[in-house]
Design a protein around this ligand. Structure first.
Ligand code: DX5
Ligand code: ZN
Length: 229
């Protein structure tokens, strides 16, 4: 299984963001998870396209997974396309025209994903899954790092995994919120292949070297290697 680890830079040191991203990638992470919050769709305010562009200019070449927690979404999408996003994911509740928003992302050359909050049903996947590159399941209510994993999302993961496999779709299945070494194996066994981890990664520095996150990333991979699928 091609498991990918996506540290959420929400928990990084924003005063040293370029170095934090370089170091977490040098430590073995696969994807940069980039949380965009607008103090409207979610009760918090974070970073926007200028910061994404700055990371690209700084030299980051890894995929950047832009998780939009903003409403409305369409106005800001072209800015993230220009800023070098790889994936752009949005919450269906935040778009008036879901199919149009997916089209906007894909026409701009980015990969598109839908994000489901813990209590949001999966019904819109019926008519969107063939077009999606990513389904992101929230295992906390969006807005903050460091919250507790909500276990019923594992049932949802099993359902979406079956939909992706049955349709033979090329779509990653990502989880976001409360993931760490204690539960990542169980999460993988429910069918997830892409794992966001914010506080679990950035709270575990070992030293000040470029690879100062390698012990936590290795610990997550060691747990993943035990997962039975
Ligand atoms: C929450 C964000 C997450 C957050 C996860 O709204 O979407 O990406 O950073 O943080 P942890 O891994 O600490 O739960
Ligand atoms: Zn996120």
């Amino acid at each position: 299984m091609d498991y990918q680890i996506a540290p959420s830079i929400l928990s990084a040191d924003f005063a040293k963001l370029g170095a934090e991203v370089d170091d977490v990638l040098a430590s073995g992470a696969d994807i940069v998870h980039f949380d965009v919050m607008d103090n409207h769709y979610v009760p918090n305010l974070t970073i926007g396209p200028l910061v994404c562009e700055a990371l690209r200019k700084h030299g980051v070449t890894a995929p950047i997974d832009v998780h939009l927690m903003v409403k409305p979404v369409d106005r800001i999408i072209p800015d993230f396309i220009k800023a070098g996003a790889t994936y752009i994911t949005f919450h269906p509740e935040a778009s008036e025209h879901i199919d149009r928003t997916i089209g906007l992302i894909k026409e701009g050359g980015c990969k598109a994903g839908l994000v489901f909050n813990p209590a949001t049903p999966l019904d819109v996947l019926e008519y969107t899954l063939p077009k999606l590159d990513m389904v992101l399941l929230m295992s906390v209510n969006p807005g903050f790092g460091g919250q507790k994993f909500i276990p019923h999302v594992l049932d949802k993961a099993r359902k979406v995994r079956k939909m992706i496999d049955d349709g033979k779709f090329e779509c990653r299945l990502e989880i976001d919120g409360g993931v760490g070494p204690a539960n990542i194996k169980q999460v993988a066994e429910a069918g997830i292949d892409t794992f966001v981890a914010g506080s679990a990664v950035f709270s575990k520095r070992n030293g000040n070297d470029k690879n100062r996150y390698n012990s936590i990333i290795s610990e997550l991979r060691a747990e993943l290697s035990k997962a039975k699928r």
